[in-house]
Write a protein that binds this ligand. Structure first.
Ligand code: HEM
Length: 186
């Protein structure tokens, strides 16, 4: 009995020392297991430093990028020119232009669409009002031109979203281009 008491006291002393150092209760003498306590009592946050900026959401692509940059725009403009010169309503407008004028028109159109869609381009041509002044362009000619552009976008497999965005960017030019307004219906 004395021996058991001694062993038990020695055990308690050791356990008390170890548990004190570790901050936990290890064992109770007399055969009973010590009540379980969680070993980890602190919550460590891994959120990083408090002043760290939240990650930036990905930047939405500009219409210019979605059209395939200048290369994609040039392809659409080439199809557009081909459609314009084949269209019965507007082809006469372009038939008399010199080769140099057609070339200039084509390059200005590429730069203009590039700039309007958010690309890093300079448009060095005339304003739409000055470029079409005195031509007496009509509403049906405007509609035929927009259809020729739409067909060019289809031919180059430009998605509907991008088509709508480009046509929306061009639509406000109508007032400066169309000089012959349709007569109001009585
Ligand atoms: C979709 C709308 C249109 C756009 C974005 C557009 C754009 C342009 C541009 C950028 C130029 C070149 C300007 C310069 O060289 O300084 C131009 C010239 C011209 N546009 Fe338009 N245009 C549009 C509609 C029309 C329409 C409806 C017609 C007639 C059917 C037309 C007939 C012409 C002609 C004939 C020229 C050449 C003028 C010349 O060099 O003597 N355009 N246009």
């Amino acid at each position: 009995m004395r021996t058991r008491l001694l062993v038990c006291s020695l055990f308690i002393a050791t356990a008390a020392f170890v548990s004190g150092a570790m901050g936990v209760s290890i064992v109770a003498c007399g055969g009973k297991p010590a009540p379980k306590e969680p070993l980890i009592t602190e919550t460590v946050s891994d959120a990083g430093p408090e002043d760290a900026a939240p990650p930036e959401p990905p930047k939405p692509k500009s219409l210019y990028e979605r059209l395939g940059n200048k290369e994609g725009i040039a392809k659409v403009v080439d199809s557009f020119m081909k459609n314009l010169t084949a269209n019965d309503i507007v082809k006469k407008r372009f038939a008399k232009l010199s080769k140099e004028k057609v070339e200039k028109f084509r390059n200005n159109l590429v730069d203009q669409i590039c700039k309007e869609s958010g690309g890093d381009c300079e448009y060095a041509g005339k304003s739409m009002k000055d470029a079409h002044k005195g031509m007496k362009i009509t509403e049906p000619e405007w509609n035929a031109t927009v259809s020729a552009l739409k067909a060019a976008l289809d031919e180059n497999k430009v998605a509907e979203n991008e088509q709508n965005d480009l046509i929306a960017a061009i639509a406000p030019m109508k007032d400066d281009i169309v000089e012959v307004k349709p007569k109001p219906k009585k």
